[in-house]
Design a protein around this ligand. Structure first.
Ligand SMILES: [Zn+2]
Ligand SMILES: [Zn+2]
Length: 303
């Protein structure tokens, strides 16, 4: 048994293919999927998929990259109404909180986590937001969204899936100020950057670290994962992104749609990490499945 602890079958690229994607995952021994939201719309879809497929559980949340949409909208509104952006931030965060609470309360069997949420300072060459820049204003919105969503995980006893890209300090600063948001054994640094500060913090507070397909081609990451105790690791694909080797090389140059990673690739990642850490594959599968079950409080077997 393997669990993909982070995938996006709720993304457009998998539209009308979810049946086949799950069938291929099960064939590869991946029989449980955590489908993660990045905005309100695809969080709702993650929950709907969890209602249809017994293999799926859902995470709901707004990704820091998509916080930009809320900020943009608020800026145009401020120009019309003359309201301050600070006031609007409070209002917007409250509205999003209400919508997430509604989703969580309506589907207690399906929703196991809040995510993915956090901080992102990366400059994306391809993004739907043409004007996006990493400003102090934007970071303060990311922070407000993160705090609100971490509070939701804490208050509803859900796991917290943290996305961090090039923003370790922003993230750790919040935890230093708000120790009430540190949820031991209920938090994962998803697609964890190879950073000693994150590893140290995770060890101290018993967080889990997510390892993805990029471990098969990113040497820095592979070296980092070698040092992470097995008791802290969970496997994830972040599909459709991060297709692992050897398929990554074989499919180079194809359209994104034709080189999308899928939950089945957790089996490839498991193999690679077992070799990397010099442990038996059966042991790696057993421990990472146990870790994921603990993180998401998964108890009942897949139907
Ligand atoms: Zn992410
Ligand atoms: Zn993701």
């Amino acid at each position: 048994m393997l669990i993909d602890t982070h995938c996006h079958t709720n993304f457009k690229i998998f539209k009308s293919q979810v049946d086949q994607v799950i069938a291929r995952a099960c064939e590869a021994g991946v029989d449980r999927l955590i489908v993660v939201g990045s905005d309100l719309k695809n969080s709702r879809l993650a929950v709907r998929q969890a209602k249809v497929y017994p293999e799926i559980k859902a995470a709901v949340g707004v990704h820091p990259h998509h916080v930009w949409r809320f900020l943009e909208k608020a800026k145009s509104q401020a120009q019309v109404t003359g309201e301050s952006l600070d006031d609007l931030r409070l209002k917007v965060v409250e509205t999003v909180r209400e919508q997430l609470v509604e989703l969580i309360k309506a589907s207690p069997q399906e929703v196991v986590a809040v995510g993915e949420v956090g901080f992102d300072r990366h400059f994306y060459e391809k993004t739907q937001y043409e004007t996006l820049e990493i400003t102090q204003e934007y970071l303060s919105w990311q922070q407000a969204f993160f705090i609100m969503q971490a509070e939701l995980a804490r208050d509803h006893d859900l796991a917290l899936i943290i996305h961090n890209r090039e923003a370790v300090e922003d993230l750790l600063k919040v935890f230093a100020k708000r120790p009430d948001l540190i949820l031991p054994q209920k938090t994962v640094f998803h697609c964890c950057e190879p950073d000693e500060r994150l590893l140290e913090f995770a060890k101290k507070h018993r967080f889990f670290l997510g390892v993805d397909g990029d471990v098969t081609y990113d040497h820095k990451k592979a070296k980092f994962i070698q040092q992470v105790p097995l008791e802290m690791l969970v496997l994830e694909t972040d599909s459709p992104y991060l297709l692992p080797e050897p398929e990554r090389s074989q499919k180079q140059g194809l359209r994104f749609k034709d080189r999308a990673a899928e939950p089945r690739h957790v089996a490839v990642i498991a193999d690679y990490v077992a070799n990397l850490k010099k442990v038996k594959l059966t042991e790696l599968k057993k421990q990472t499945t146990l870790n994921a079950s603990l993180l998401f409080s998964l108890t009942e077997p897949v139907a």
